[in-house]
Design a protein around this ligand. Structure first.
Ligand SMILES: NC(=O)C1=CN([C@@H]2O[C@H](COP(=O)(O)OP(=O)(O)OC[C@H]3O[C@@H](n4cnc5c(N)ncnc54)[C@H](O)[C@@H]3O)[C@@H](O)[C@H]2O)[C@H](O)CC1
Ligand SMILES: [K+]
Length: 481
């Protein structure tokens, strides 16, 4: 079954905002679905909403409002935390409306004993667990932890909102979580809820459509980037990646462009392994690049040992640009790939790889239409099947880029006709390599396509059709800040 991670969901949420679909609209749909589930299960009786201070709680405030107008349902709300510390505008907005609704009781608790004293849990016919959703982070704190015990110690029916509170939506280890009869999860199944562990915390999971617009999922947007930047911001210096670029031979500029792009994208170290004939030229382009000369005037089998050694001290390999297509170069490429854990294959490199991707290698390929055809691909409508059959995440460049890892297909619409100038493909490969050090191949490929195109759009604003690949590199940081 298809499922998504919490970071993917946050990207979709942000893409919705970017496209004009407000989080409040999604929350209203989420809350309405919870209200319907409560009504279906109890018909008439008492419901207690146990709400956190994030949007998970916000969903509960919406559901409470919907049920408050039902004469057969009595509504109680326990907010875990002070209302003044509700963390999001959407949740606060829906909390503030509750004073105009027929709610039997609302209380703010900062200690679990206050909830016990109220006796609302014992009195309820059903509990809605809206304490923590996909925003959980770190070990459970108090009073949430004890409140979860109270929910589990009651013999009441429990509906969990999005995920059982305390449960890791991405499937990681947990110390404690609500045990629910049903979990209403929004938009898409969460990866963690597909695991066998999930069965211990929820007897049933229902995926609820909350009206997310399809482009928010299909198109790469600034939301995808935000998730990436958050991860980069959280990572400390030194683990933003060491990138090995294997390129050059007939050409010297291509690997240098890829190297500079990788550095601008935030890689810590970039090494270019290039044939001796062009190594000096590449080194002369910038003191920021470490250059390791190879044996001859093109990449050849004699270089495989040196490169295998270099690969061990780098996180990602980017191979192809400027290598040329000599038979001995193609042979060398096919021998190098199995040494790579993470590899981006671009340009001439695509003529030397053998598919399917070797067992322990994760690969991104960045072909244009012609290179994709030479690999046996047809066009944009074939990218997902090609990826599924052959293994690599495919970033098929075009007026719109099509990206797929075999499970999902994304489209990138940033970029412009000025970017047909030579070298922008090298820049894209360098960005992809840098992001791949700290992201999944799909996230890296999607965000690289978005960043490269968006930087190209900024360059087009300044330089029009005179834009150069170096202008694109100079604007990567503007797009990523
Ligand atoms: N498109 C959608 O998926 C929608 C999702 N909705 C709901 O929003 C939540 C995610 O909301 P968020 O504000 O990001 O986080 P949470 O409410 O899940 O939790 C944050 C809340 O919890 C506290 N907290 C975090 N970790 C801990 C911990 N270890 N111990 C104690 N407390 C913790 C934190 O301080 C915050 O107060 C999603 O699940 C959906 O339910 C939207 O409403 C609709 C669209
Ligand atoms: K929950």
């Amino acid at each position: 079954m298809r499922s998504i991670t919490s970071s993917r969901m946050r990207a979709i949420d942000a893409n919705c905002e970017y496209l004009g679909l407000k989080g409040l609209q999604l929350m209203e749909n989420a809350g309405a679905a919870i209200a319907r589930e409560v009504k279906e299960r109890i018909g008439s009786g008492k419901v207690i909403f146990i709400a956190g201070r994030g949007n998970n709680g916000g969903d509960a405030f919406v559901a409470a409002r919907h049920l408050a107008s039902d004469p057969d349902v009595t509504v109680y709300i326990a907010l875990v935390g002070n209302a003044t510390r509700i963390r999001t505008d959407d949740a606060r907005h829906n909390f503030n409306i509750l004073k105009h609704c027929n709610i039997e009781g609302i209380t703010e608790i900062t200690d679990a004993s206050q909830l016990k004293k109220k006796g609302w849990i014992d009195d309820a016919d059903i509990i809605v667990d809206a304490l923590l959703g996909t925003g959980i982070s770190g070990k459970l704190r108090e009073p949430e932890s004890t409140v979860i015990d109270m929910i589990n110690d009651s013999d009441k029916q429990v509906i969990a909102v999005d995920v059982p509170s305390g449960f890791d939506p991405d499937g990681g280890d947990i110390d404690k979580a609500v045990i629910a009869d049903i979990t209403l999860t929004f938009h898409e199944m969460k990866t963690g809820l597909t695991t066998s562990l999930a069965r211990e915390y929820t007897s049933e999971v229902k995926v609820v459509n909350i009206g997310v617009c399809t482009d928010a999922e299909r198109y790469v947007g600034s939301g995808d980037l935000k998730v990436l930047q958050k991860r980069h911001a959280d990572s400390h210096k030194g683990n933003s990646g060491r990138i090995l670029i294997i390129g050059g031979g007939p050409y010297s500029g291509a690997p240098a462009l890829a190297a500079m792009a990788a550095l601008r994208t935030g890689a810590d170290i970039v090494t270019v392994a290039a044939p001796a004939s062009v190594a000096g030229t590449i080194a002369s382009y910038s003191p920021n690049i470490i250059v390791r000369p190879l044996s001859s005037d093109v990449l050849c089998e004699e270089d495989v040992g040196t490169i295998a050694e270099l690969i061990t001290s780098h996180d990602v390999v980017v191979i192809g640009m400027g290598l040329g297509r000599a038979e001995r170069t193609k042979t060398a490429i096919s021998k190098i790939i199995p040494f790579c854990k993470k590899v981006v294959v671009d340009a001439d490199g695509l003529y030397g790889i053998e598919l399917p991707v070797p067992e322990d290698t994760t690969m991104i390929i960045t072909p244009h239409a012609g290179e994709f055809r030479s690999l046996g691909g047809h066009g944009a409508d074939d990218v997902q099947a090609f990826s599924r059959e052959n293994g690599p995440t495919v970033l098929l460049k075009g007026k719109e880029d099509t990206i797929s890892n075999g499970e999902r297909v994304a489209i990138n619409s940033t970029g412009n006709a000025g970017m047909t100038v030579g070298g922008t493909g090298d820049v894209l490969a360098g960005i992809s390599g840098a992001l791949f050090a700290t992201s999944s191949p799909m996230e890296a490929a999607c965000c690289a396509a978005f960043i490269n195109g968006a930087a190209g759009d900024l360059a087009f604003e300044d330089k029009g059709y005179g834009l150069l690949a170096t202008d694109v590199i100079d604007r990567i940081t503007d797009v990523m800040k």
